[in-house]
Design a protein around this ligand. Structure first.
Ligand code: F6R
Length: 259
């Protein structure tokens, strides 16, 4: 199904950096500025967070800002994009573990402010769980900022090719490319879960601001398709073209195939 009804926004914001470190520090600074600005107004900063290799340097910089420059996370509420299913939060491959290691255990975020799709519930309870997750985001007034990476198949969150513009948080089947890319972490393809719980495209596009960070040459092909190709469910990141609140943050290598 083609979705040409979603017209590309004219105000695309494209921010190019010479290298991954500079791009990551820029993203961390944007997040820190939001946290501080909200703090000054006595408000919470509601962040949508991503995992994977791409945001690691962003989190490292946020930890540095907390430890060396007094950035407080006391007013931060976080919602992670996704989590494998099934998995235990204490498993090293889980995104709960990832977030603890790379960010949460180093900063003063309140544990009750952390929301990661947990996948301990039985499959028949997942629908209710996903609805609760959406309701929880809404109860905080929505996401102020959503950080995204992009999969080599164009996924955002685990909205795999074929995902719809209106999709909500749900149980998804992982695409072959996604499972292939995860096999090193899991120690073999057969160990990689077949499913995940992911925020939907609709959940993501409600965020007031969206930063898509892409780093490295291996993302260059999909970045050019997502930014300049047809808007199609086959490349879920292409849906972002129709949104005015999206900013693409790319290093030189990831931007290599943009014309
Ligand atoms: C992770 C997520 C995924 C990743 C994407 C890129 O929470 O939602 O969409 O952002 O798979 O992964 P990396 O950064 O490892 O290349």
């Amino acid at each position: 199904m083609s979705t040409n009804s979603h017209k590309p926004s004219k105000d695309r914001i494209l921010n190019l950096f010479a290298n991954a470190t500079q791009a990551s520090i820029y993203v961390a600074q944007q997040i820190a500025a939001l946290i501080t600005q909200q703090q000054k107004q006595g408000k919470l900063a509601v962040l949508g967070l991503a995992t994977g290799n791409t945001p690691k340097r962003v989190y490292q910089e946020l930890v540095r800002l907390h430890q060396n420059e007094g950035l407080s996370f006391a007013n931060v509420v976080s919602f992670n994009l996704d989590e494998y299913y099934p998995i235990y939060p204490e498993d090293e491959q889980s995104y709960t573990y990832f977030m603890q290691e790379h960010l949460f255990k180093h900063v003063n975020i309140k544990p009750q402010h952390i929301h990661i799709p947990h996948t301990r519930c039985e499959t028949e309870d997942i629908l209710d769980y996903c609805k609760e997750f959406e309701d929880k985001i809404a109860s905080f007034g929505g996401l102020d900022l959503q950080l995204l990476g992009i999969g080599r198949n164009g996924h955002i969150g685990f909205n795999e090719p074929g995902s719809s513009f209106d999709s909500a948080t749900r149980l998804v089947n992982l695409h072959a490319v996604t499972r292939e890319d995860a096999q090193a972490d899991f120690g073999g393809l057969d160990q990689v879960p077949q499913q995940a719980v992911s925020m939907g495209v609709n959940t993501i596009r409600q965020a007031k601001r969206i930063l898509l960070l892409a780093l490295g040459e291996r993302k260059s092909e999909i970045v050019s398709k997502a930014l300049q190709g047809e808007i199609t469910p086959e490349v879920p990141a292409s849906f972002l073209q129709s949104l005015a609140q999206v900013e693409y943050v790319l290093d030189h290598e990831a931007a290599g195939e943009i014309i």
